[in-house]
Ligand binder design. Structure first.
Ligand SMILES: *[C@@H]1O[C@H](CO)[C@@H](O)[C@H](O)[C@H]1NC(C)=O
Ligand SMILES: *[C@@H]1O[C@H](CO)[C@@H](O)[C@H](O)[C@H]1NC(C)=O
Length: 186
C-alpha cells in the first residue's frame, strides 16, 4: 500500500520534472515557472530591489572591507541597523508597501541561493538609482549583486540582475517562487 503510494508519488514527481525540463532554460529549479515570468513583451512589475554584498568569511581582509561598506552604506542612506529596525519581513518578499531602505542581518554561512557569506539591503524602486550609483563606486573590490523583486525569483536573480565585480554561481534550487507577486515562505 505504502509502496504503491510511493510509486505513484515518484511517477508524478518524474512527470513534473520531465514537463518542467521541457519548458525551461533554468531546469535545475524546483518551482514551475509561470509563463508571465518569461513573457518579454509583457514582463512583470519590478516592485523593489535587493543589493547583496558577497564575501569570503574566512578572509579577514574581505570581512573587514565588507563590514566597513555595510556601515558606510547604512550611515549614508540613514538605514537603521539596530536590533529592531532591520527588515522585518521574509528575504524574498517584494514588499510593495515598504517605502524605506532596510537591512537584512549578515549571513555568515552559505544560505538560500548564496554560496558564501553575504548581507543585503532592501531598496524601494525610488532609491534604486542613488543606491546603485553610490555602492558601485565604493564596493572596494567586493562582489555585489543587484536584483529586482517581482515574485519571479529565477528571472529576478539570474536574468534581470547585475553584478559589480565577479559574479558567483547561485543555488537556483533554493528559490520557492516563480510567479508575479509571489511571496516565498520564511
Ligand atoms: C505575453 O503577454 C501579452 C500581453 O499581455 C499577451 O498578449 C501574450 O499572449 C503573452 N504571450 C505569451 C506567450 O503568453
Ligand atoms: C540587524 O542588521 C545588522 C547588520 O547586518 C546586524 O549587525 C544585526 O545583528 C541585525 N539585528 C538583528 C536583530 O538581526
Amino acid at each position: 500500500m505504502i509502496a504503491a503510494r510511493l510509486a505513484v508519488l515518484a511517477t508524478v514527481a518524474l512527470a513534473a520534472l520531465v514537463a518542467f525540463g521541457a519548458c525551461g532554460t533554468d531546469a535545475q529549479t524546483q518551482v514551475p515557472i509561470d509563463p508571465q515570468c518569461v513573457n518579454s513583451s509583457h514582463p512583470p512589475h519590478l516592485v523593489s530591489y535587493h543589493i547583496h554584498i558577497l564575501f569570503n568569511a574566512n578572509n579577514q581582509d574581505e570581512v573587514s572591507r565588507a563590514m566597513v561598506l555595510q556601515h558606510e552604506f547604512a550611515s549614508h542612506f540613514k538605514v537603521p541597523i539596530g536590533k529592531k529596525e532591520n527588515c522585518s519581513f521574509a528575504a524574498g518578499d517584494p514588499r510593495p508597501e515598504q517605502k524605506s531602505i532596510c537591512a537584512y542581518p549578515t549571513s555568515w554561512l552559505p544560505d538560500g541561493p548564496f554560496p558564501t557569506a553575504q548581507y543585503s539591503f532592501f531598496v524601494p524602486r525610488s532609491f534604486y538609482g542613488e543606491t546603485v550609483q553610490w555602492i558601485m563606486q565604493r564596493r572596494d573590490g567586493l562582489d555585489l549583486l543587484v536584483h529586482p523583486n517581482s515574485g519571479c525569483e529565477i528571472q529576478d536573480h539570474l536574468h534581470w540582475s547585475m553584478w559589480g565585480g565577479t559574479p558567483w554561481e547561485l543555488n537556483v534550487a533554493a528559490f520557492h517562487c516563480d510567479s508575479p507577486g509571489c511571496i516565498p515562505p520564511n
